[in-house]
Structures are given as structure tokens and as C-alpha cells.
Design a protein. Structure first.
Length: 250
């Protein structure tokens, strides 16, 4: 369902059906921790129709939840979220097994320096969000090939900065993989550069992912997280190179 709603939101944005895109995004509230990056992008680009669809869909979900479980059920859910924020190595919450920034930093420093690890996680997440917003500068034009690259970076960033990430959530990487594959068919940035992006996304999402499980028995470094960071850097570099053209057109 998570993958489906992301794909539907992307397709709606590509077709300039922004209200529907916002509605599909509201259905991602089941995993609200991955929504911050795309909400920031929509606010930064002033896509008010999309935000209206998101808020409208959120209100509908709230009313449905209210009808199903009542006020006491909603209060219990909020209390559960507060409790879960403090669960570390408890009731199935194991940050060291998460393939994101929190998981990598936790593995390296949390046991000895928990405060430092938390501060570093927040700082690294903010830095990655700043890069994402920088890459969304320029004209909003879903019809251009660079939109697919930007959306790919958005999905990858959402996974990396999420405070909680289940292993099956990595299935979302299929969307950037398909978008980058399609972008690679464009000749505007040169065939060599396109090939490297394709090689990188499919290497990170399979061989490196498998290797990370093997190497985790010997190292505290999550190869998959490092691979995602490198892939995000490659995508951001390609986007920034294309932005002078965006600035002229804007």
C-alpha cells in the first residue's frame, strides 16, 4: 500500500492533477514519518492545490478513525506514539537494523554517546533535507525529465531521514529505480552519465543491500546506507548541473 500510494501521487503530479496527488499522499499517514520531505517540497514550491488535497484527505481519515474508535481510541494512539519514541531495543524497535541515517549513527555511537548520536542524526537529516530542497529550485515542470530525478531523490531522502524504517519499506526504492531507468533514456546529459546512474541505483538496491547483511557480522558500517547516500549525491549532482537551464526558463 505504501508503494502504491507513492506511485499514484507521482503519476498525479506528472499529470498536473495536484489535488489527487495530495489525496494519495494523505493515505501515507499510516507511515507519517516518511512524509516530511515531500510536504516540505510542496510547501517550498507553493503547490497549494496539492496541499489542499493532502489536508482534505487527512481530515477524511481523521473522521473515519473517529467513527471507528472514538476519541478514546485516538488518545490511546497518541499515547502509544509518545511511548514508542522512547523504545530503543524494545518491543521490536531496533534502530541498528534500520537502513537509514538513524540506524547507521545508532550503530556507531548510540551505546556510548546517546546524546551525541541523537544530535548527529538530527543534524545529518537536516543537511540532507537542505540538499533536497536545493535540488528542487527552479521551475516546477513535471513534464521535464529532471522531474523524475528530483522525485527519485525525494523518495531516497524520505527513507534516509525517516526516524523509523522497517526493512520492507525499502521496497519504495523500486520507484527511483524505474524513474532513473527512464531518465537514462534521455540523451540530454550524456549517455555515460546516464549509465552510471542506472548502474548505481541497481547496484545499491540489490548487491550492496545483500552485502550489508553479510558485512554487518563484522562491521558497524551499513553498506546499504552508505550506498544510498552516494546514490543521493550522484542524483543531486546531476540535478544541480541542469539547474542553470531551469533558472533561465524560470
Amino acid at each position: 500500500m505504501l508503494f502504491l500510494f507513492w506511485v499514484l501521487a507521482y503519476r498525479s503530479l506528472k499529470r498536473s492533477r495536484e489535488v489527487w496527488a495530495g489525496f494519495w499522499l494523505s493515505l501515507l499517514l499510516q507511515k507519517f514519518q516518511i512524509l516530511l520531505p515531500i510536504v516540505l517540497v510542496l510547501l517550498g514550491k507553493k503547490r497549494w492545490r496539492a496541499m489542499g488535497g493532502f489536508l482534505g484527505g487527512s481530515l477524511v481519515l481523521l473522521l473515519i478513525s473517529w467513527a471507528l474508535v472514538g476519541a478514546s481510541g485516538l488518545e490511546s494512539y497518541i499515547r502509544l506514539l509518545k511511548e514508542m519514541s522512547g523504545w530503543v531495543g524494545h518491543k521490536g524497535i531496533y534502530p541498528s537494523q534500520m537502513h537509514n541515517l538513524r540506524g547507521q549513527i545508532y550503530s556507531l555511537w548510540y551505546e556510548g554517546h546517546p546524546l551525541f548520536a541523537n544530535i548527529l542524526t538530527i543534524g545529518a537529516s537536516l543537511a540532507l533535507l537542505a540538499v533536497l530542497l536545493r535540488c528542487w529550485n527552479g521551475k516546477w515542470d513535471p513534464g521535464r525529465p529532471e522531474f523524475d530525478l528530483r522525485f527519485s531523490l525525494l523518495v531516497i531522502t524520505s527513507l534516509l531521514v525517516s526516524p523509523h524504517l522497517n526493512f520492507h519499506d525499502i521496497s519504495l526504492m523500486l520507484l527511483p529505480g524505474l524513474l532513473i531507468w527512464r531518465f537514462a533514456g534521455q540523451e540530454r546529459h550524456g549517455p555515460k552519465e546516464n549509465r552510471w546512474l542506472v548502474y548505481a541505483v541497481f547496484t545499491v538496491t540489490f548487491p550492496v543491500l545483500v552485502a550489508s547483511f553479510i558485512m554487518s557480522m563484522f562491521l558497524t558500517i551499513n553498506l546499504h546506507v552508505l550506498g544510498l547516500l552516494c546514490l543521493a549525491g550522484m542524483i543531486a549532482w546531476t540535478i544541480v548541473r541542469s539547474q542553470p537551464i531551469d533558472s533561465v526558463q524560470a
